[in-house]
Design a protein around this ligand. Structure first.
Ligand SMILES: *Cc1c(COP(=O)(O)O)cnc(C)c1O
Length: 565
């Protein structure tokens, strides 16, 4: 097999199609969109992930917003094809056999990217080991470490068994795949007949590896006590290489990936800056995330592009020409997407939302830093805005991680606000946020809202999905929105003045105040009194942001800066 220009892309989660719950959120959706764009552009890539037979989880919410989780089993054989090879990894002295399933992503011109999904559920493995590839982000630290051994070490071995002898690059999408570096080091040592790897091996492996970091906090979860790692791997020799496997008695997967990569990037300019401060001894570049346009365009948006921008599926840069689409057709396409969303909202929640009313959309993981309840800091103010300036309604969605009590409380706050605002502002919370719901929401809302605590939003991608559908954002200046916001042209910023507050102070009141001001004095008047100008903003969101914040542009930057530089 000719691998000289092929990239191996490793990710703990990948969103491959709506029926496969093998992702939890932004990281997995980005991985899927990356692969879809690589296939479109004919970039030679093979991807590796875990099978996740029981998915992330299915979310149910009771009438007070209390979340319960059930397994998201899926019919594996209907989506993926078993491959013949088996490989083995060693965990705690046991031999764990792995098989691979293949999924193929086909690009717009027919090029394919194979995705290898690793599976430990084989009769020769112990019951505990069989469950290692069942739950995405389930289980404890030990379970996670063992999963990362499967992904990193098992993944490299499986690629070799499948005939990929000479891969040009190994791309780690977040630190979960960091242990692939250990396997590459061991391969070199074994190949040279040596017992352990040396400094030259480290240099050689660095030339092969690329790392994308996704979080602006020193990777809290993804670090393991060295004695745990030693027990799992059945060896301790690697810990002697302090330059690679440092420090303080823990194996931090971010540091491991950093020290084994020749190219490292953050997922937006601001995120790269923040990461550069965190990891001062490494050089951190920026490649801003994107979304795969054909995947996230609503049916009515696709029809609009098919009519006015022939070739847009092959070339996402052509969204630039959305500026010449007649405003009335933009209005009609969006009205169709909005109808589809409100039908689902009214059917599922009985909220009685109306098409003529400005609809705010907010959907993302219910993590506390995303501050889903920021809009509800002052309910009287919201009632007054709705009465004085114009009606609006709000659609929410988002899952909290099963062990994130703060995130779960956040959902309940939204439900409490919903009940308190009844008759003034209609609020609905849709359960089980996933790919399909994400597409419906980002295309069907009139304005996409995001209120994270800066600088915690590394990039954010749902606002990009909204933009390609002509939905402007009203968001805190963080992540991608710092680059995407042209005030009053592509959407609106909020909380600019709150950036001046002393570091570490609570800026929630300040951000909320700014949100109310923009809503009352800018967004609502534009929507109800100058709708022609609102349509201009919609077209600029498509043309200026859709043409740039897409994964075709993003993978080309990876090609130029990281893969084949
Ligand atoms: C796009 C998407 C995300 C990520 O959106 P953010 O703006 O980064 O929070 C998460 N979950 C689903 C289902 C998505 O489609």
């Amino acid at each position: 097999m000719q691998d000289d220009k092929q990239v191996a892309y490793f990710s703990m989660e990948i969103a491959l199609e709506p029926g496969m719950p093998t992702y939890s959120g932004g990281l997995g959706v980005l991985a899927g969109d990356t692969i879809r764009a690589a296939a479109d552009r004919g970039i030679r890539m093979v991807a590796v992930t875990l099978l996740h037979r029981k998915g992330y989880f299915h979310q149910e919410l009771d009438d007070r917003g209390r979340q319960t989780e059930t397994p998201a089993d899926w019919p594996v054989e209907q989506f993926v094809k078993e491959l013949p090879p088996r490989v083995k990894v060693s965990i705690e002295g046991r031999t764990v056999s792995l098989r691979a399933w293949k999924y193929e992503v086909e690009g717009v011109t027919g090029a394919r990217v194979p995705v290898v999904l690793l599976d430990a559920d084989l009769p020769e493995n112990s019951d505990w080991d069989r469950r290692l590839t069942h739950w995405l982000y389930g289980g404890d630290t030990w379970y996670r470490l063992c999963q990362e051994i499967v992904l990193g070490i098992g993944g490299v071995r499986m690629l070799r068994a499948l005939g990929h002898a000479n891969l040009a690059r190994f791309h780690m999408n977040e630190g979960h795949a960091g242990l692939l570096g250990l396997e590459l080091l061991d391969e070199r040592a074994r190949g040279a007949g040596r017992n352990g790897f040396n400094h030259d091996d480290v240099e050689a492996v660095r030339r092969l590896c690329v790392f994308t970091t996704h979080t602006p906090v020193p990777a809290g979860l993804d670090q393991f006590p060295l004695d745990l790692v030693g027990r799992a791997l059945g060896r301790a020799d690697f810990a002697e290489h302090h330059d690679v496997f440092c420090c303080d008695g823990v194996l931090n997967m971010t540091y491991l990936a950093l020290s084994l990569s020749h190219y490292v990037n953050g997922v937006a300019k601001k995120h790269a800056e923040v990461s550069q401060h965190l990891y001062a001894q490494y050089r951190i570049d920026a490649i801003t995330n994107g979304v795969h346009v054909p995947t996230w365009a609503a049916p009515s948006t696709r029809a609009l592009f098919d009519k006015h921008i022939p070739g847009w599926r092959e070339d996402s840069f052509m969204l630039r020409y959305a500026l010449s689409i007649p405003p009335d057709e933009v209005r009609a396409a969006h009205a169709e997407a909005k109808r589809a969303l409100l039908e689902r909202v009214n059917h599922e929640t009985g909220a009685g939302m109306k098409e003529a009313v400005l609809t705010l959309g907010f959907a993302r993981r219910a993590a506390t830093y995303k501050r889903a309840d920021l809009l509800f800091r002052d309910l009287d103010r919201l009632r007054a805005i709705a009465a004085r300036t114009g009606r609006f309604q709000v659609v929410f969605a988002g899952k909290a991680h099963p062990r994130d009590e703060g995130g779960k409380e956040l959902i309940q706050h939204v439900f409490q606000a919903r009940d308190a605002l009844r008759d003034h502002v209609r609020v609905a919370y849709l359960a089980n946020y996933d790919w399909d719901l994400g597409r419906l929401l980002t295309a069907g809302a009139d304005v996409w809202v995001n209120t994270p605590q800066p600088p915690m939003e590394a990039s954010g991608t749902s606002g990009m999905k909204a933009a390609i559908n002509g939905v402007p954002s009203l968001s805190v200046l963080d992540g991608w929105w710092i680059e995407g916001c042209i005030e009053g042209i592509t959407g609106w910023a909020l909380g600019e003045r709150c950036d001046l507050m002393p570091a570490g102070s609570d800026r929630r009141d300040c951000d909320a105040e700014s949100l109310y001001d923009k809503l009352e004095h800018v967004v609502l008047p534009l929507y109800y009194k100058q709708h022609g100008r609102f349509l201009d903003v919609m077209r600029h969101a498509m043309a200026l942001n859709g043409a740039f914040f897409n994964t075709q542009r993003m993978v080309l930057q990876y090609v130029l800066k990281a893969y084949f530089e």
